[in-house]
Every structure is written in structure tokens, then in C-alpha cells.
Design a protein. Sequence first.
Length: 115
Amino acid sequence: MNERNEQERQAFDLGRAVGLGFTQPLGLMRRGAVGRILAVKGGDGDVERGLLEMGLVEGACVEVLHHGFLGQDPLAVRINQSMTVALRRCEANAVLVGPLLDGGAGAVAYRAHHA
């Protein structure tokens, strides 16, 4: 439990440091939520490298498309309006996401363009 509190504190500190406000792991975002990747911090180097190779890089726009049965694995995510990937929740939790830089209007524009 202590490890999770430390991860949450680090996520909060990163969000405050970049001035974007609230941040959260990708695995905790609701279906339809849109955000920008702030960091990819996997405990295992192989997981982090795999996420980066899939396009989950800092600055990329992400949209949560689908959660598995009863909110379980997999999690379907669209990256930069061009590619959709499926992730296990433990992998998704290694990706820290914050709000789009241009606020609510950006999320509306993102969804309108993609609809």
C-alpha cells in the first residue's frame, strides 16, 4: 500500500511541476476521456520500452475507447487520432496522463474531428 501512495504522490508532483493540474494513470481514466501523456514510468524497463514503441510517448494525445468486461482488461486506447492499441491495465497504469493543454475546447475539438 505504501508503494501506491508513493506513486500517487509522484504523479501529483509531476502534474504540479508542469502546471497542468490534475494527472492520473491511463488505466484509471473513464471511457471517452481524452488527455495528453505526461510521462511513461514503468517499473520494468521492458514494459516502458514496449509502451514507447507502441507510440505512447510524452506529448501524445490519448483517448480511452473501451474497457474490458466489467472494467477489466484489456483497455483500448486511441493514440494521436491515428492508431488504436489494447493494453493490460497494469501497463496502462505506467502511463501518466494530464489534461489537454488547450483545456476543454481541445477535448471537444478532438472528439468532433474524430467522430
